[in-house]
Design a protein around this ligand. Structure first.
Ligand SMILES: *[C@@H]1O[C@H](CO)[C@@H](O)[C@H](O)[C@H]1NC(C)=O
Ligand SMILES: *[C@@H]1O[C@H](CO)[C@@H](O)[C@H](O)[C@H]1NC(C)=O
Ligand SMILES: *[C@@H]1O[C@H](CO)[C@@H](O)[C@H](O)[C@H]1NC(C)=O
Ligand SMILES: *[C@@H]1O[C@H](CO)[C@@H](O)[C@H](O)[C@H]1NC(C)=O
Length: 175
């Protein structure tokens, strides 16, 4: 009985290992390529980000690109919510926070279109629309830097910037 159980488990492990590796390989390769092309993309962050989407281990490259756009959308939505909360209790940062809110509100409307464009395989259009979102994240960050204030959004802005860089590099390989 015991032997049967452990050999069953052994068999299952043998079957699962290649499945995991094939999937990790596509994410690894994609991220290796991305960080080679664009030094703004840290390999580890890219792997972490792409793996965080549901069913990422079964995703092909087209799906990984769409997942990266979804990640941008969710992160921008979250960041807008954070900015609104900060506006309530950080009066001294009001002008900068309002700029960031404007920038990311525009990005949200763009991102709704981007997902549709991507599904319609209009990759050139996606490319053109993701770039301003990337710029929004650095403009937001720059606003704080300009007045010498420590940005309360540095983590969020960096993440959005890097997610955009990942999306753009995936689009470059499939378009
Ligand atoms: C993918 O990258 C991770 C992190 O560097 C590494 O641990 C893993 O072995 C790699 N997998 C493959 C299949 O190359
Ligand atoms: C990585 O780049 C190589 C060389 O440009 C290319 O042949 C390969 O398809 C790319 N792989 C992925 C997963 O993007
Ligand atoms: C933001 O992106 C990260 C990957 O960088 C991801 O792990 C996280 O789930 C995203 N946030 C949301 C709210 O989706
Ligand atoms: C990639 O996966 C999607 C489903 O996630 C599928 O619709 C599409 O046909 C696949 N593309 C390729 C090139 O296999």
């Amino acid at each position: 009985m015991k032997t049967t159980n452990s050999s069953n488990i052994f068999l299952i492990i043998l079957l699962i290992i290649p499945i995991i590796c094939v999937a990790t390989n596509l994410i690894n390769q994609t991220c290796q390529n991305s960080s080679n092309i664009d030094p703004n993309i840290p390999f580890k962050f890219c792997v972490y980000a792409l793996q965080s989407s549901p069913a990422s281990s079964c995703a092909n490259i087209t799906r990984l690109g769409l997942n990266s756009i979804t990640l941008i959308k969710h992160n921008v939505t979250d960041t807008r919510c954070l900015i609104k909360r900060l506006l309530d209790d950080k009066q001294d940062m009001k002008p900068m926070l309002e700029d960031c809110l404007d920038l990311y509100s525009d990005s949200i409307s763009t991102l709704r279109e981007v997902a549709l464009d991507y599904r319609a395989k209009k990759f050139m259009v996606v490319n053109v629309k993701v770039s301003p979102i990337m710029e929004a994240s650095s403009s937001c960050e720059q606003g704080f830097e300009d007045v010498g204030v420590t940005s309360p959004l540095i983590v969020q802005n960096n993440r959005i910037f890097q997610l955009c860089a990942i999306a753009l590099s995936i689009i470059k390989t499939i378009q």
